[in-house]
Design a protein around this ligand. Sequence first.
Ligand SMILES: *Cc1c(COP(=O)(O)O)cnc(C)c1O
Length: 372
Amino acid sequence: MKADLETLKTIPIASPQIGDEEKSAVMAVLDSGQLAQGPVVETFEREFAAWCGVKRAVAVNSGTAALHLLMLAHGIGEGDEVITSPFTFVASANAALFAGARPVFVDIEPQTYCLDPALVEAAITPKTKAIMPIDLYGHPAAIHELQEIATRHGLVLIEDACQAHGAAIGNRKAGALGVSASFSFYPTKNMTTAEGGMVTTDDDAVAEKVTVLRQHGATQRYRHEVLGYNFRLTDIAAAIGRAQLAKLDRLNERRRRNASVLDEGLAGLKGVTTPRERQGYRHVYHQYTVRIARDRDRFQERLLDAGIGTAVHYPIPVHRQPLYIDLGYGDVSLPVAEDAAAQVLSLPVHPALSDADLDRIVETVRKVASTA
Ligand SMILES: *Cc1c(COP(=O)(O)O)cnc(C)c1O
C-alpha cells in the first residue's frame, strides 16, 4: 500500500536543495541587522571568483541584471548589434534590447543546442559589437571557436553562463571562458539565492563599471557620475549563495551521475535522442534534455499522467516570440532552433532524485516511447 502511494507522487522537474546550512546562514544575517548589500555579499563575491577561476565577481540581483550591466560595461548601445542564439531564455536577447542594441540571431548546433560557430561569421556587419553564446542546459557553447572569430573581427565575447555553474572546457570553468560572463541564481539553477546573479570577469575595468552601475552610478556615497540602477543583491541572498556554493561541486557530481544513469537506461531507444557531451567539455546538466522525434507534446502528457514531471526549454525560439515579431523579426528563419523547439523535452535530473526515481523515469520513458 505504501509503495503504491509512493508511485503516485509526481517526480518534479526541479528541486532546490535548501538545508540547515542555508537556514542558519539566513538567520545570522537577520540577526546582524545588516540586510541589504553588505559584508556577506563581498565574501560571496570573493568565494565565487576563486571557485570560478576569475579575477573578479560582482553580485547583482538577477542573471538578467548581470547580462544587462555587461552590455553597458562593454559599451554596447544604440545602433550596435549583438550576435546571439535564438534558443534560450528570453533574458539573453532582451539584455541587448535594454542597452538599445539589436540582437542578431544565428542558428544553433543540433547536438548541443548552442550557437553554431560555423554560421556566425556570415552574420557579422560593421555594426556588430559582441558575440553572446549561451551555455545551454549546462553544456558550454563552442567558446574557443567563437572567441577566435571574435578576436579576428575585434568583437567582445560575452558568455551567458546562467545555466552552467561548474561546466567547463578542459580545466577552464564556464564563466571564465570569455572576457566576461553572467550567472543566475534562480531557484531551478544548479545553485540558488532565491533570486540573484553574478558577473564574472578578468577585466578590472568591466568589474568596476558593473559595480558602479548596480548602485545608481555611484562612485562614492551620494555622488552619481552616470545613470545606474538598483541591481544590488541582499546579504540574505548572499548568505544562501555561500552555503549553496559550498555544496555545488557535490550537487553537480550528483547531476552528472543521474545523467549517466539516464543515458544508459535510454540508450538506443527509438525516437528518443539523449543529450551529448562534447569531448573535452564538462556538462553539468542544468537540464537533461532529450529530443522526441514525433509528437513531443503528447509524449510529455503521457509522462505527466505516469507521474513524471518534465518541461520544454523552450517551446518558442526568441525570434518567434510575439515581442520579437513586433520588433520586426517576423521574416527571420532559423530551422535548427525551430525544430529543436518542437522536439526538446527536459527530464528530471536534479540531485534529489533517488535510484528508484531514476528507474521509474527510465521505465516510463521506455514504455511511452515503445507505444508512441
Ligand atoms: C535563468 C537565465 C537567465 C536569467 O536569469 P534570472 O536570474 O532569471 O534573471 C538568463 N539567461 C539564461 C540562459 C538563463 O537560463
